[in-house]
Write a protein that binds this ligand. Structure first.
Ligand code: NDP
Ligand code: 8X3
Length: 251
C-alpha cells in the first residue's frame, strides 16, 4: 500500500528537495507553502519523473485557522505516514538590543508556532493509527548559539525541545520523531534572512563548500527509511568546511 508524507515549505530549498527524495521512495505527497506557482512547478516536475500522487496546498503556516482548515478539511481522512516540519526562516542577523521585533515575530510564528499548529493536528491522527514519523527540521542553531543569531537560535532550540518532548510522549505509541540539524546549506535561506540582499547572502557561503538541499533531503530519506525498530533521533549535518556555527574554513 502506498504511503503518504506531508512536507511543509516545499516551494524551495530543503523542502522541495525532500519532496523529490520522498517521491523517489514512492511516497504520495501533500506539499505546502505560500507560493502557489512554485508548488505547481514542483508538482509538475515530480509528476513527470515519479508515479506518485501529489497534492498542493497554499497557506501561511503562521495562520492557525489556515493550518486547521488544511488539516481538517483539505487532506481528508487519509493516513499520514510522515510529517516533515520544514517550513521556516531566519529574518535578520543583529544583536538583540538592535533587533527588529517584526523579524522576531516572523521567526517565532513560523518556526515555532507554525510547527506546533500543524503537529497538533497531525500527531493525534498518528496516535490513532499507532504509527507515523515526525521529522522536524531544526538546525545547528538549535544546538549552539552564535552572536547575532539570538532569536533564530532560540526558535531552533525550541524545535529541538519540541522534538525531544514529542519523542518522549509518542515513543510508546509507535511513532518516531527525528530532529534534523543542518549547518550551512545554500538555499534561499540567506536571501530571506537578509531581506533580499543577494550579495550579502552570497557572502555567507564565500570560499567554502556549503551543503546542498539535496544533502539534507538524503538524510531525511535515510531517517524515514530505517526499519521499524530504528528511530534516528537526532542528526547534525555539517559541511566538511564547517566545524561549528562560527568555525568555517574559507579558502
Ligand atoms: P528556503 O528559504 O529555501 O525555504 C524555506 C521554505 O519555508 C519555503 O518553502 C517557504 O515557502 C517556507 N515557508 C517560510 N515561511 C512560511 C510560512 N509563513 N508559511 C508557509 N511556508 C513558509 O530555506 P531552507 O530550505 O534552507 O529552509 C528550510 C528549513 O531548514 C527552515 O526551517 C530552516 O530554518 C532550516 N535550516 C536551513 C539551513 C540553511 O542553512 N539553509 C540550515 C539549518 C536549518 P513559501 O515562502 O513559499 O511560503
Ligand atoms: C541555518 C544555519 O548557521 O545560519 O539554520 O543558523 S545557520
Amino acid at each position: 500500500m502506498s504511503k503518504t508524507a506531508i512536507v511543509t515549505g516545499a516551494t524551495a530549498g530543503i523542502g522541495e528537495a525532500t519532496a523529490h527524495e520522498l517521491a523517489k521512495m514512492s511516497y504520495d505527497l501533500i506539499l505546502t507553502g505560500r507560493r502557489k506557482e512554485r508548488l505547481e512547478t514542483v508538482k509538475q516536475q515530480i509528476g513527470s519523473t515519479f508515479r506518485v500522487d501529489v497534492s498542493i496546498h497554499t497557506f501561511d503556516i503562521r495562520e492557525r485557522e489556515q493550518v486547521e482548515n488544511f488539516c481538517r478539511n483539505e487532506i481528508g481522512e487519509r493516513t499520514i505516514d510522515v510529517l516533515v516540519n520544514n517550513a521556516g526562516l531566519a529574518s535578520g542577523l543583529s544583536p538583540l538590543h538592535e533587533g527588529d521585533v517584526e523579524d522576531w515575530e516572523k521567526m517565532i510564528d513560523t518556526n515555532v508556532k507554525g510547527l506546533l499548529y500543524i503537529t497538533r493536528e497531525i500527531a493525534p491522527r498518528m496516535v490513532e493509527q499507532q504509527s507515523g514519523h515526525i521529522v522536524n527540521v531544526g538546525s545547528i542553531a538549535g544546538i549552539e548559539v552564535y552572536p547575532n543569531g539570538n532569536v533564530y537560535c532560540a526558535t531552533k532550540h525550541a524545535v529541538k525541545a519540541i522534538s525531544e518532548g514529542l519523542r518522549k510522549e509518542l515513543f510508546d505509541k509507535g511513532i518516531k520523531v527525528t530532529n534534523i540539524a543542518p549547518g550551512l546549506v545554500e538555499t534561499e535561506f540567506s536571501i530571506v534572512r537578509f531581506h533580499g540582499d543577494k550579495q550579502r547572502a552570497d557572502s555567507v557561503y564565500a570560499g567554502m563548500q556549503p551543503l546542498t538541499a539535496k544533502d539534507i533531503a538524503d538524510c531525511i530519506g535515510f531517517a524515514v527509511s530505517r526499519p521499524a525498530h530504528v528511530n534516528i533521533a537526532d542528526m547534525l549535518i555539517l559541511s566538511t568546511d564547517q566545524a561549528a556555527s562560527t568555525m568555517v574554513n574559507r579558502k
